[in-house]
Design a protein around this ligand. Structure first.
Ligand code: SAH
Length: 215
């Protein structure tokens, strides 16, 4: 199949699975997944499935990336924080929709690879930080939007505190290795409002930076 046919099918699949926001679809069309996937898995980059990346992590399923991005309601004025850079794919999509994206990754090797790739792709409004995302990024807070792409057992208070009034946070919540629930939190004067968006499966949010031998 030609690349453009595969791309058409990719977008069709996103739409049929609920990603209908035209800005989100445009951002996803503009962000080819292939460079974010390594080696033998590149051939499968158009499939709507999670794929392995280095450090034992995964690049998320495109439909899930689309649904989370859509739920985050990002506008051009937004300063966005992503926790869990992984391959950098989600950050690249966010960078088309937001003014500025900060993305935190606990594996140094992933942070470095993603930073280099995003630069090469010309995504200049993203800053990749190597660190423990469970602490957020206090020096850049508050954020208009916060997205977690790793599952927390509960919404971390440290992160909701870094959300601007009227801001939105989307995250998977639940025990690792079981079904988790995707949650949308809106911060208002009266507190935090929670909406459940469906079931997902993510790698766990792990506290502290990783100490990899190869880092
Ligand atoms: N958004 C990524 C996929 C994320 S996989 C993409 O588009 O490819 C989840 C990532 O969260 C992993 O890379 C994992 O290392 C990272 N992670 C887990 N706990 C973390 C923490 N406390 N701080 C920062 N990153 C974390």
């Amino acid at each position: 199949m030609e690349d453009f046919e595969r791309q058409m099918q990719f977008v069709f699949q996103l739409r049929s699975r609920g990603v209908t926001n035209s800005d989100v679809l445009k951002a996803m069309e503009a962000t080819k997944r292939e460079p974010f996937v390594e080696g033998i898995f590149q051939d499968r980059s158009f499939e709507d499935t999670p794929l392995p990346i280095s450090c034992g992590q995964t690049i998320s399923q495109p439909t899930v990336v689309g649904l989370m991005t859509q739920a985050l309601e990002v506008t051009h004025r937004c300063k966005v924080l992503e926790i869990g850079t992984g391959s950098g794919y989600q950050a690249a999509i966010l960078s088309h929709l937001a003014r500025r994206v900060y993305s935190v990754e606990r594996h140094q090797r992933l942070a470095r690879t993603a930073r280099e790739l995003l630069m090469r792709l010309g995504r200049h409004n993203i800053t990749v930080v190597h660190g423990d995302g469970s602490l957020g990024l206090p020096e850049q807070a508050p954020f208009d939007r916060i997205l977690l792409t790793a599952a927390a057992e509960d919404p971390p208070r440290t992160l909701t505190d870094q959300l601007r009034m009227g801001g939105i946070m989307v995250l998977p919540v639940g025990q690792s290795h079981s079904i988790q629930t995707l949650i949308k939190i809106t911060r208002s004067e009266s507190g935090l409002d929670y909406t459940e968006l469906g079931s997902v499966r993510f790698v766990p949010l792990v506290e502290g930076v990783a100490h990899d031998v190869l880092d």
